[in-house]
Design a binder for this molecule. Structure first.
Ligand code: MLT
Ligand code: ZN
Length: 449
């Protein structure tokens, strides 16, 4: 069965599980059927909004019985179409699973329902913080962040979401619930399925709760934006910062091209008056952080913030970059990484690589320089028929890189996975998937099966 034709009987069965108010159909589903960029649109056969893990289990069992494809959705902040019902699937919204447990001060851990936002987890204890920091933290939820192995602005210090996960509760398509939430740091008792679910993009099971390791809240953070001559200087200074600044939390890159768009369309005040082409944002905490960053800046133009307000103002220049391309059109958001030694080539040449297949395309780059991760945002002038992705991903593959550093494969990149994953690897992926979801109802258009 596919979307648009759910029987009244099935809808009544769903309603008997989650309640009438939480079975949405027709116009009420519109907000769940399009992503934040407007690039991915579809329609949902229905949106189901369970409020408890047991309801998720019952709903999934009904979907499996009816062979109904399901797209799990958290805060709908994904950028690769992995949470959008592009083929009329049922959307399983986890937003109502929003119970946040008490912080376990001994272990510095907390258990959060899938629908809890990253902001709530980060604010759960004044002395602690969530290691993963992403610009969409007010809407992005922990279930989605685990399922996509979200990265963000502090990966160089704390790793991606997988590294924060100490356990998960998840529902399999047969309605069974697997739960391992005790949070033990050392626990060698079989397969690490929480680690496997991190980054599985909703294709294996539905994450309903996560046990999250928190980190000490960084003391006295200092933010600096340094104006530089180009990506080469950005890369060199970021490498020096990684080696010499013990409390380094972030090393972020953006360019004047993106900043100019944000100044024109969003009224963003530039962080520096100097007309430099490239910017390195560094954040560090702990003793000597301010001297360390000032020393690194040397004679380059620099703006430094130590108060929350000044730091937020500086961060806005970087954190608002995801919006920039959207002011010019509907963007293609390509999220790639390469070995450190090739990052400068990627950052300086990718614009030409795109324009070789679409001379009128607008390209804005920014990203996480210490992770070898570049976000290539393309606003096509020519038809978006795959030529842009093909050009960028081919270039990245030739540099030994990855076509998804942190956003996932989703719908956007499924076609290009063979560029960087062998036939043997993809066959293994498919066997893992079949073991979890033998009927293939979970996110059927994401990743290979
Ligand atoms: C970022 O680094 O800003 C996020 O990955 C979001 C994006 O790339 O648009
Ligand atoms: Zn990013």
């Amino acid at each position: 069965m596919s979307g648009g034709e759910l029987s009244g009987t099935l809808l009544r069965k769903f309603a008997s599980v989650v309640g009438d108010a939480h079975v949405l159909t027709g116009d009420a589903t519109a907000g769940y059927a399009v992503d934040w960029t407007g690039r991915f649109r579809g329609h949902a056969a229905a949106v189901l909004r369970p409020g408890e893990t047991a309801e998720v289990a019952e709903v999934l069992a009904l979907c499996r019985e009816a062979r109904l494809p399901v797209v799990p959705q958290g805060g709908n902040t994904g950028l690769v179409g992995g949470g959008v019902p592009r083929h009329g699937e049922v959307v399983l919204s986890l937003a109502r699973l929003d119970r946040l447990g008490p912080v376990d001060a001994d272990a510095a851990q907390v258990t959060a329902g899938a629908g809890v936002t990253l902001r709530r987890i980060a604010d759960a204890d004044p002395g602690l913080d969530l290691g993963v920091l992403i610009a969409s933290r007010d809407s992005a939820t922990i279930g989605g962040a685990v399922a996509t192995n979200a990265g963000g602005l502090r990966v160089l210090r704390y790793g991606p979401m997988r590294a924060q996960v100490r356990g998960v509760e998840a529902v399999l398509t047969d309605g069974s619930v697997v739960s391992h939430l005790s949070g033990l740091v050392k626990d060698n008792t079989g397969y690490d399925y929480p680690g496997l679910l991190a980054g599985s993009e909703g294709t294996l099971a539905v994450v309903t709760a996560a046990r999250v390791q928190l980190v000490p809240r960084p003391a006295g953070p200092v933010t600096a934006i340094i104006g530089l001559g180009g990506a080469g200087e950005v890369h060199d200074l970021a490498r020096t910062a990684l080696r010499t600044v013990p409390g380094l939390l972030s090393a972020e890159f953006f360019t004047r091209a993106g900043l100019d768009v944000l100044a024109e369309h969003a009224g963003l005040a530039p962080p520096l008056h100097d007309p430099v082409p490239a910017f390195l944002l560094l954040e560090a905490a702990g003793p000597g952080a301010d001297e360390n960053l000032a020393g690194l800046a040397g004679d380059h133009p620099v703006a430094v913030g130590t108060t929350a307000a000044d730091r937020a103002r500086l961060w806005a220049s970087r954190e608002r970059h995801p919006e920039a391309a959207g002011f010019l059109g509907v963007p293609l958001k390509l999220d790639v990484s390469v070995p450190a030694a090739h990052w400068v080539r990627l950052a300086t040449e990718v614009g030409e690589v795109v324009r070789a297949v679409d001379p009128g395309a607008r390209v804005i780059v920014y990203g996480h320089v210490a992770d070898g991760n570049l976000h290539v945002n393309v606003v096509p002038a020519a038809e978006a028929d795959g030529r842009h992705e093909g050009a960028v991903f081919g270039f990245v593959a030739s540099l030994g890189g990855s076509i998804s550093a942190e956003h996932g494969i989703g719908a956007l990149k499924a076609h290009w996975l063979p560029l960087i994953r062998s036939a043997e690897e993809r066959a293994l992926f498919a066997r893992i998937r079949a073991a979890f979801d033998p009927d293939g109802i979970l996110n059927p258009h994401v990743l290979p099966r």
